[in-house]
Design a protein. Structure first.
Length: 426
């Protein structure tokens, strides 16, 4: 076995590669620290891009309806600014309405829970004791927890909190400083991200123009077409997915409001708004809304709290298995089974981010698969049609000339004409 000859350039490339690999592993701590610092520096930019992408859905909607028929000169000049301001104001209005519905009633509910906690504990104990088929161990456990709730010394708890605030701030200055600095940096990142998002949306035409020019120069034609097709499909699917998620959350909130109004349950507007808002948070949103809503109604009536909990579980089961696949699947043009599979697999692998991105990615891959399948089917159909025509020509050839005449013609014809005839028949 002879080894291939090594040139000087190949030796130099191998030596440089070995040195770089050694330096990478030897100084991994420094490299990891640099990567972390770079990531922290780019966090506001990434957050701004995400916020801009979401705001662009509303902005694009307003741009499609802003003097599109006549399109006067002032509309062309002011379209970007007016639509951007309208999108920001719409988001602020929605959040202000939801917060105004939730926060005041939530504060009143917390006060009411603290006031009526002893009465609620006594009602729960009476309800459990009236159920004869429950074992005594369960009744004793409920009675023990109720006694603990009834014997809570709120003044002692308040004193402990005050003591912690006095002594803890002095002894835990480092940890408190770390928490405060982390909170401040997060707030600054969000604010800077919002500012970046405004700049992104204000200059989105120029950014897209530069991206198009870069792909034209540095990408091969076929790869560029494939990349642009995939990006356009993903962008279209993600837009439809976000809109479908908002529609699905609105449907869930409306169903909750209707059912709570029919069952005469308290705090119906506030809890329905909270359920609608929490529905946008995958994996944990439904649990948070169920727990908070049950605790709020528990301050009024334990039986109504149980009714609300059962009602919300039934609505969420129907929404997760019937409404969600229909609305989201119809919005992104994907079968419901693929939507459920993408949410399940994406959530189990990448958590909340996987649940958010799983459906658009699966839909994009599904659309690309369908396009390739249609191309393959057309090729198969063309090949089958060509084979059928060839077979029909072979079957019809003996009917045009009798065997005897064909044999005579083949004997009389010279060899060159025979070859020409055979090529024509092929």
């Amino acid at each position: 076995m002879t080894l291939p000859k090594m040139t000087k350039k190949r030796y130099v490339y191998i030596g440089i590669t070995v040195i770089l690999v050694f330096l990478f592993f030897h100084y991994w701590d420094n490299i990891a620290g640099f990567i972390g610092s770079a990531y922290q520096a780019f966090v506001p930019l990434i957050a701004g891009a995400i916020i801009a992408y979401i705001l662009n859905i509303l902005m694009s909607f307003y741009e499609r309806h802003y003097f599109t028929k006549k399109n006067p000169p002032f509309a062309q000049k002011t379209r970007t600014a007016v639509c951007l301001i309208a999108a920001i104001l719409t988001v602020l209005a929605v959040f202000s309405v939801i917060i105004s519905l939730i926060v005041p009633q939530l504060i009143n509910c917390i006060k009411l829970i603290i006031q009526k906690l002893p009465q609620s504990a006594e009602r729960i104990v009476e309800l459990v004791n009236n159920i004869s088929w429950l074992p005594e161990s369960v009744q004793e456990t409920v009675q023990g927890y109720a006694d603990k709730l009834l014997n809570i010394d709120w003044s002692a708890i308040t004193a402990k909190v005050v003591d912690f605030l006095k002594s803890g701030l002095a002894t835990n200055k480092a940890s408190i400083g770390t928490v405060l600095s982390g909170t401040a940096s997060a707030i600054v990142s969000v604010i800077v991200g919002i500012i970046f998002s405004v700049y992104f949306l204000a200059c989105k035409k120029q950014i897209l123009g530069y991206v198009n020019r870069i792909t034209n120069v540095f990408c091969v034609t076929k790869r560029r077409q494939t990349f642009l097709r995939f990006v356009k499909t993903f962008n279209k699917v993600f837009h439809k997915y976000i809109v479908a998620e908002c529609v699905e959350a609105a449907i869930l909130g409306i169903l909750c409001l209707i059912c709570m109004s029919i069952l005469c349950l308290p705090y119906a507007p506030m809890i329905s708004a909270m359920v609608m808002l929490m529905a946008l948070i995958p994996l944990v949103g439904s649990t948070i809304s169920a727990v908070v809503g049950t605790l709020m109604i528990l301050s009024v009536s334990p039986m109504k709290a149980l009714i609300f909990f059962i009602m919300l579980m039934v609505i969420q089961v129907i929404e997760g298995n019937v409404i969600y696949p229909k609305v989201v699947g119809k919005g992104v043009g994907t079968p419901g089974i693929i939507v459920l599979g993408a949410v399940t697999v994406g959530g189990s692998i990448f958590g909340i981010i996987g649940m958010l991105i799983g459906v658009p990615v699966a839909t994009t891959l599904w659309n690309e698969f369908k396009k390739e399948l249609v191309k393959k089917e057309k090729k198969v159909a063309v090949t089958a049609g060509a084979g059928g025509e060839a077979a029909g020509a072979e079957e019809g050839a003996p009917e045009q000339a009798p065997p005897e005449n064909a044999a005579a013609a083949s004997e009389e014809a010279p060899p060159e004409e025979k070859e020409a005839e055979s090529e024509e028949t092929e």
